[in-house]
Write a protein that binds this ligand. Structure first.
Ligand code: ITT
Length: 221
């Protein structure tokens, strides 16, 4: 269990993320706690290179970079999809599996799976193809989980870390247009709908991000 030495005070907090889907979910989760989120994108902060070897490492380095540059308390989320049959890949490389080299940044209301230079239809197809390539027996294992690591870093360098997880199974073809990233191919355990089909509030109650935020809220508020 994380030993907590300080609380988060109401006020401005930098969300060290450039992912609109994440920022939307984090703002909704922090809303009730008097936190005024400002995103790294709003402050024009550069995206640091994610050189860590774990979700926590990467969350910490993103929060630290945003905190150093802004002088404000910063919160970062590093997350990803871990597929059992693929040895938990793509894991920390979940965003990179979607890189499509496309410099076209679509308008916010453009439907589909493309987020800037990322194409999640392509990433989901790769997950599906790699599972199929394992052969019929191994391809029956569709267990997967999402992980969300959160790091909060204060200007004096102090940090707190939390990790959340949700288990489920993969489906093909992907279903639904809600959420972001790999949501359309992930059915959380005990449910029939994918995260892409679920109402966003329903996802917020059970997701890896919600799990990590429950731990954060308990410790820091
Ligand atoms: P920042 O680093 O700027 O926050 P990012 O998208 O690069 O944004 P990550 O490096 O943590 O973030 O990559 C996480 C990827 O994992 C993300 O792009 C999604 O593809 C996937 N992912 C994480 N949480 C997800 C969720 O709730 N639903 C679907 N996919 C998710």
């Amino acid at each position: 269990m994380t030993e907590v030495s300080r609380k988060l005070e109401p006020g401005r907090l930098v969300i060290a993320s450039h992912n609109k889907g994440k920022i939307r979910e984090i703002a909704a989760l922090l809303g009730p706690h008097g936190i005024e989120p400002v995103s790294a994108a709003d402050l024009d902060l550069p995206e640091p290179e994610e050189t860590g070897t774990s979700f926590i490492d990467n969350a910490d380095l993103k929060a630290r970079a945003a905190c150093d540059l802004s002088g404000m308390v910063a919160l970062a989320d590093d997350s990803g999809l871990c597929v059992e049959a693929l040895g938990n890949r793509p894991g920390i490389f979940s965003a990179r599996w979607a890189l499509n080299g496309n410099s076209h940044v679509p308008p916010e209301d453009e439907p589909g799976h493309v987020e800037g230079d990322r194409d999640f239809m392509r990433a989901m197809q790769r997950v599906h193809d790699e599972i199929q390539a394992l052969g019929p027996e191994a391809a029956e294992n569709l267990n997967a989980h999402f992980v969300c690591a959160l790091a909060v870093v204060w200007p004096d360098g102090h940090s707190e870390w939390f990790e959340g997880r949700v288990d489920g199974t993969l489906v093909w073809p992907p279903r639904g247009t809600n959420g972001f990233g790999y949501d359309p191919m992930f059915v959380p355990a005990g449910h029939d709908q994918t995260f892409g089909e679920m109402d966003p509030d329903a996802k917020h109650r059970i997701s890896h991000r919600a799990d990590a935020f429950r731990k954060l809220v308990e410790a820091l508020f």
